[in-house]
Design a protein around this ligand. Sequence first.
Ligand code: SF4
Ligand code: SF4
Ligand code: SF4
Length: 462
Amino acid sequence: MIHQYKNNGYNIVLDVNSGAIHVVDDVTYDMIAEYENTPKEQVIENAAAKYPSIPRDEIGEAYDEITTLKEEKALFTPDEYEGRVIDYTKRPTVVKAMCLNVAHACNLSCKYCFADEGLYFGKKAELMSFEVGKQALDFLIASSGNRVNLEVDFFGGEPTLNFDVVKQLVAYGRSREAESGKKFRFTFTTNGVLLDDDIMEFANREMDNVVLSIDGRKEIHDMMRPRHDGGPTYDTIVPKYQKFAAMREEAGKQYYVRGTYTRNNLDFAKDILHMADLGFHEISIEPVVAPPEEDYALKTEDIPVLEEQYDILAKEMVARYKTDKEFTFFHFMIDLEGGPCVYKRLSGCGSGTEYVSVIPNGDIFPCHQFVGKPDFKIGNVFTGIDRQDIVTEFKGCNVYTREKCRSCFAKFYCSGGCSANAYNFTGNVRGVYDVGCALEKKRVECAIMIKAAQAAKDAQEA
Ligand code: SF4
Ligand code: SF4
Ligand code: SF4
């Protein structure tokens, strides 16, 4: 399977199954489109008619180069993964990442919050106790098989509302590393309101990554991420994030500012560039996932406008490459050299199998987006997994069990999409969320174009 497209002046051909990417001239691009279904003489004839200024022998040579690429398994490569995916699903379940919802409470009322605007479905605020968190870490160690590196994300609600427990859990995790042979990689995600020097210093020392939530321009951020009384938060958090990001960069540690865009900012490229201009170098922004009746929910008719925004962003990132204004955009960071491992390429995030979420009472869910859906409770850290059927269902989610993914050019980068989105929009974790797919495909196209443009720029400078 191949995928051909034109972007920012580049003719790009992706050989889906090998992952090979070719940037070609117009005549080769057109001949590749016909190569598999048209006799050689006809392909050359068509090219000669369309490009009369190009000598016929050059066209013939271009045709032969396509043949060579095919022989070298860099074009029209057959799919060799499908048979192997069944073996992967038979492997024992190993949990290697955990989202710890240490606070089912929040000091904000974000409009799109999957935790009911931070109110947790009308239930009273709940903080995770140290005992539950400790048991969760023990559960993770016990469920992680031979896996050495374990990821733990302190999440909420808002984890700074329960930061003493976060500190205790980090200390507990570290205390178990040597004897268990494990290494914890801690992350925390915050809305920034309660960030202070103490939290920043602790996080800088102990956290491998921090995720700082911000939606972009002040008017957009304050509209979507207000306090409970409707008050703004942008001016409170931005100076703290700038200080924190600078600390992280100086310490050589990861962070990213992460936002959500909605129908209120269909021109979201401006929000990303705004964050870059605030001095942030690692940026992510995601399309909102919202019920269609919400006025800020994305609609199918918005897709062309959103695709254009990714194009605008990609071009700007090419222009900023190797300048002091360069930044990374999470969704354009695809690995074109074949990684991560095959299983991850086929199955994605690992929710419900390799990755789970634990809430303050110790209940386990397939991931943070399934929290609050009782049908998806798979167990409790004190009693273990008792819904193996759900785990098996998630284990079977891959690019070959979702019909639309099988024929999708982006399948090995997207890995079959997000099961939570699929469930929210189709009622089935093996469904496919069409708006999300369109945007994912666009992001993959842009990411490949950026790599091509950067390679061209590097070659020019060499
Ligand atoms: S900060 Fe997070 S948990 Fe709090 S309301 Fe906003 S999205 Fe929800
Ligand atoms: S973009 Fe959509 S169809 Fe393609 S692999 Fe991802 S979820 Fe599947
Ligand atoms: S199912 Fe979706 S929301 Fe949950 S971890 Fe996977 S990608 Fe993230």
